[in-house]
Design a protein around this ligand. Structure first.
Ligand code: GLN
Length: 304
C-alpha cells in the first residue's frame, strides 16, 4: 500500500478548513485540542506497526472512546454477564438521551451511549476498586505510551458542567442499576473521559479488536466471539444516531468521541484512528468521518 499518496488524498478530502462548519466541545479553554483546524490520521497493522499524517501524534481528550476500552475490560472479567445490564441495540437517539433510558426502564440501549458507559464504569469500579486508574494502566500498556494521562482541567470542568450525565446516573440509581454511589461512578466517568491520547496511541490501543481478541504480544485479552461482539455493537451504535449513515459511508465498526476522535477497526487487517475537533450535530467529528470514508473508498478495506 502506498500510504504516502493515500495520506495526501485523505488530508485533501478531510482538510477542516475546506470542510468548514461544525462545533467544538470544551468548557475549558484548551487551544491545542479544540483548534478546529487540527487534523490527524493513523493506521496500525496487526504487528503494531503504525504510521500517520498531520497531527497524528498530538494528544486530545478521548471522551467517549474510553467506552470502547471499559467495555473490553469488563468483558474480559465478566464475559457475557454484562449483557444482562446493558443492551446491544442501536439507539437511534442522541448519546445522552434521558427519555430513552426512562422508556427502557434503566437498561441502557447499548454500551456506547452515556447511560451504558455509566453502567460499565460502575462495574469496573467493583472489579478493580479504581476504574479510571485501571483504565489508564490498561491504555498505557496497550498503546505502549507510559506518559498517557488524565487532563485534570477537562475532568474538573465536566464535573462542574455535566448536569445531563448526572441526571442519567441518578435515573440509573433510581432503577437500582448501579452498585456504587452515584457520585463515585460520575467521578470515575469524568476522569476516564479526560484521558488524552493521540491517533498513534489509539490505533495501537484498539489493535486487539483487529486481532480477534489478541494483544500485540499474542496474549489473549478477549475471546474471538467477544471481540466480534464488540465490533458488531460498535457498527450498530459506536457513532450514536448517525451509525447508519456512518456504516453506509465508511463500512467499518467504529467508535467516536466528542473530543473529535474516531477509532475504526478492520478485522483481520488493522486499526485506524482519525481526529478533527469540529463535530456534526450527532457529536461525530466531521473531518474524521471524511478521512475514514476516503480511506475505505480508496483501499476497499471495509467489512462489506
Ligand atoms: N464526556 C462526554 C459526555 O459525557 C462524552 C460524550 C461523548 O464523547 N460522546 O457528554
Amino acid at each position: 500500500m502506498d500510504y504516502q499518496s493515500l495520506f495526501e488524498q485523505i488530508t485533501r478530502a478531510a482538510n477542516p478548513a475546506a470542510l468548514g462548519g461544525g462545533h467544538v466541545v470544551g468548557h475549558t479553554p484548551a487551544p491545542t485540542t479544540t483548534d478546529p483546524t487540527r487534523f490527524g490520521f493513523a493506521v496500525a497493522d496487526l504487528t503494531a506497526q503504525v504510521c500517520g499524517t498531520g497531527d497524528w501524534q498530538v494528544p486530545f481528550p478521548i471522551q467517549s472512546l474510553s467506552k470502547l476500552f471499559t467495555l473490553a475490560m469488563v468483558l474480559a472479567s465478566d464475559g457475557d454477564n454484562i449483557w444482562s445490564r446493558v443492551g446491544k441495540e442501536p439507539s437511534g437517539s442522541p448519546f445522552n438521551s434521558l427519555t430513552q433510558l426512562e422508556r427502557d426502564r434503566g437498561i441502557p440501549r447499548n454500551p456506547f451511549v452515556n447511560a451504558g458507559a455509566l453502567v460499565l464504569t460502575d462495574r469496573l469500579i467493583s472489579l478493580t476498586g479504581h476504574a479510571c486508574e485501571a483504565l489508564r494502566t490498561f491504555l498505557r500498556k496497550e498503546s505502549g505510551n507510559p506518559a498517557l494521562n488524565f487532563d485534570m482541567r477537562i475532568a474538573r470542568s465536566e464535573q462542574r458542567h455535566g448536569h445531563r450525565i448526572s441526571a442519567l446516573a441518578h435515573l440509573l440509581a433510581d432503577y437500582g442499576r448501579l452498585d456504587n454511589p452515584v457520585d463515585t461512578v460520575l467521578r470515575h466517568y469524568f476522569w476516564q473521559c479526560s484521558l488524552t491520547m493521540s491517533c498513534h496511541d489509539l490505533a495501537l490501543a484498539a489493535g486487539f479488536l483487529a486481532r480477534h481478541g489478541l494483544r500485540a504480544d499474542h496474549s489473549r485479552l478477549l475471546t474471538c466471539s467477544e471481540a466480534k461482539g464488540i465490533n458488531a455493537v460498535m457498527l450498530m451504535g459506536g457513532t450514536y444516531d448517525a451509525a447508519g449513515d456512518f456504516a453506509h459511508r465508511v463500512g467499518l465498526p467504529a467508535k467516536g468521541g466528542v473530543g473529535g476522535g474516531i477509532v475504526a477497526v478492520i478485522p483481520g487487517r488493522g486499526t485506524l484512528a482519525a481526529w478533527g475537533p469540529a463535530l456534526d450535530r450527532h457529536g461525530n467529528s466531521i473531518a474524521a468521518v471524511t478521512a475514514l470514508d476516503t480511506f475505505t473508498t480508496h483501499t476497499g478495506w471495509s467489512i462489506f
